[in-house]
Write a protein that binds this ligand. Sequence first.
Ligand SMILES: [Fe+2]
Length: 138
Amino acid sequence: MPLFEWSDAIAIGNEQIDDDHKHLIGQINKLFAGISSGQGDQVLGEVLDELLRYVEAHFQREEALMQQIDYPDYEWHKAAHDDLITEVMEWRSQHDAGLMVSPMSVFCSLEEWLFHHIKVCDANLGVALRAAGRNDKP
Ligand SMILES: [Fe+2]
């Protein structure tokens, strides 16, 4: 059973963005499962690769939606995205260089960042998208 289950309580109402968030939560669950089974270091590498591959495209989808509705917090929200990408790249390059990167510390940072970001920042975007008639769900 995964550590975190998807819940409609954290849906922002845009199907593509919610699907992206489900995928990202799946990566957090994968990392936790890897740590729990003693495979943390190997799974950390896989999860960081997947985050670098997926998160940039996901952030671009959110940012395109923000621009389409002239979202007032665009700059601030994009800066938060850029900060996470920088952090993931840093972990990836340290891991590649054979430096010790604690899988548990990455898990805790990611879990805290992602859930806070989805519940607060992206939820606010969801409200703005709904007001602009751009969400899939009322
Ligand atoms: Fe976001």
